[in-house]
Design a protein around this ligand. Structure first.
Ligand code: NDP
Ligand code: ZN
Length: 353
């Protein structure tokens, strides 16, 4: 049987293609999407060539869907279940997963399969490996558009706070308040941070950052953000920095604004360039106890079902991210191009099917 999908045709080129509906392995599921969303990472993949060239690879890794087929060894997930599909779908039997780093199962970053080395979710059907471990049930009462933010934006933004080890009373600077950084701001607020600086310039994102719990807004276009943070903290800096935007040189600023003993949690995808520079003196000449941690979001059903409970019990409102809503697959290209062009009123587009 054939299906349609929206694909990367080569670096800088996208379009609709036709492919066979994927086959279901014994532990796997075939899912029909109910809502999907394009990601800034799709933009890095297609237009920056961040993972190298890919020919006719269906894009997308953020979806909520309905299960249409399960393999004969799948015990729990059933045909007809509505599920959240995490962007990262590890091989849970791998040694990396046993070591606690499931996102790197099979090699560094290899838990990221959709729209990386297999077809993604912008298709009439897509394949999910290890359905019982990788799919999370969608609770009744959480709508599919809000829930699709759980595929990537929530777990990635929250992972920034985990990597930085944000704890009660911490002062934190979140650099970048696109949808990922906004979810880092929300994670800081939920996790008990004290003062939360949010760095961005788009008015819509600034308003959303306040909504999610930022106490101070800094605009990087108004001058050096290190100076702005130092001015507001009597020259002391912050306990933690979460990097969810900017470029390779943003690390320089992150280290400069961090107190000794502080941690940087990076979730920004460095799509180009060969090196990240660390400022020697502000890194304490190598002795400042300033830790840099960077990570791909963890997937997994347990984590996803815990995170969706934040929506179910109204502790987190992801609808505030959804600035552009479309109905029908024919709008897929429009939604992706919004992500590429980033009009100033955009936070995140969603396509409901
Ligand atoms: P956006 O492009 O929507 O947001 C980027 C933010 O960074 C904006 O607030 C932007 O400000 C700000 N920014 C841009 N340049 C600078 C600068 N020089 N200094 C400070 N801030 C700056 O991105 P997303 O939120 O969609 O994604 C953020 C990153 O996370 C991307 O690189 C994405 O690929 C990555 N990602 C990583 C994942 C992971 O698992 N680790 C998963 C998913 C995404 P402005 O308001 O001016 O636009
Ligand atoms: Zn993504």
């Amino acid at each position: 049987m054939k299906m349609k999908g929206y694909a990367m045709l080569g670096i800088g080129k996208t379009g609709w293609i036709e492919k066979d509906v994927p086959a279901c392995g014994p532990l796997d599921a075939i899912v029909r999407p109910l809502a999907v969303s394009p990601c800034t990472s799709d933009v890095h993949t297609v237009w920056e060539g961040a993972i190298g060239d890919r020919k006719d690879m269906i894009l997308g890794h953020e979806a909520v869907g309905e299960v249409v087929e399960v393999g004969k060894l799948v015990k729990d997930i059933k045909v007809g279940d509505k599920v959240i599909v995490p962007a990262i779908t590890p091989d849970w039997g791998s040694l990396e997963a046993q070591g606690g780093y499931s996102m790197h199962s099979g090699g560094m970053l290899a838990g990221w399969k959709f729209s990386n080395f297999k077809d993604g979710v912008f298709a009439e059907y897509f394949h999910v490996n290890e359905a019982d471990a990788n799919l999370a049930r969608l609770p009744a009462g959480v709508n599919v558009a809000d829930a699709v933010m759980l595929s990537d934006m929530v777990p990635t933004g929250f992972h920034g706070a985990e990597l930085a080890q944000v704890t009660f009373g911490d002062s934190v600077c979140v650099i970048g308040i696109g949808p990922v950084g906004l979810m880092s701001v929300a994670a800081c607020a939920l996790g008990g941070a004290g003062r939360v600086f949010a760095v961005g310039s788009r008015p819509n994102c600034v308003e959303a950052a306040k909504f999610y719990g930022a106490t101070d807004i800094l605009n990087y276009r108004d001058g050096d953000i290190v100076e702005q943070v130092m001015d507001k903290t009597n020259g002391k800096g912050v306990d933690k920095v979460i990097v969810a935007g900017g470029d390779n040189d943003t690390f320089i600023q992150a280290i400069q604004m961090l107190k000794p003993g502080g941690r940087i949690g990076n979730v920004n995808y460095l799509g180009s360039g060969d090196y990240v520079r660390i400022p020697r003196v502000e890194w304490g000449c190598g002795m400042g106890h300033k830790t840099i941690a960077g990570g791909l979001m963890p997937g997994g059903r347990l984590r996803m079902e815990k995170l969706v409970s934040l929506l179910e019990y109204k502790r987190l409102d992801t609808s505030r991210l959804l600035t552009h809503r479309f109905k029908g697959f024919e709008h897929m290209e429009e939604a992706l191009m919004l992500m590429k062009d980033k009009p100033r009123d955009l936070i995140k587009p969603v396509v409901v099917l």
